[in-house]
Write a protein that binds this ligand. Structure first.
Ligand SMILES: [Zn+2]
Length: 67
């Protein structure tokens, strides 16, 4: 089963992971930016978890096992 919402959330997560990888530790503001991206990732994880558990009118996502 596919789920567009799940796919979109996972895409966002992938984008954040890529962004995190691109943030060099040498950057002057790298730490603050990394912390911000990591916070966004935490939020996204929580959203994905919630969607998997009851994102479909209170029911589990049919694509949950692919997340
Ligand atoms: Zn879903």
């Amino acid at each position: 089963m596919n789920c567009q919402v799940k796919d979109e959330l996972v895409n966002q997560l992938t984008a954040l992971n890529n962004k995190l990888n691109l943030l060099s530790p040498d950057l002057v503001h790298g730490d603050a930016e990394r912390a911000e991206v990591q916070q966004q990732r935490e939020n996204l994880y929580a959203e994905i978890k919630h969607h998997r558990a009851k994102g479909h009118e209170g029911k589990p996502c049919p694509a949950a096992r692919q997340v």
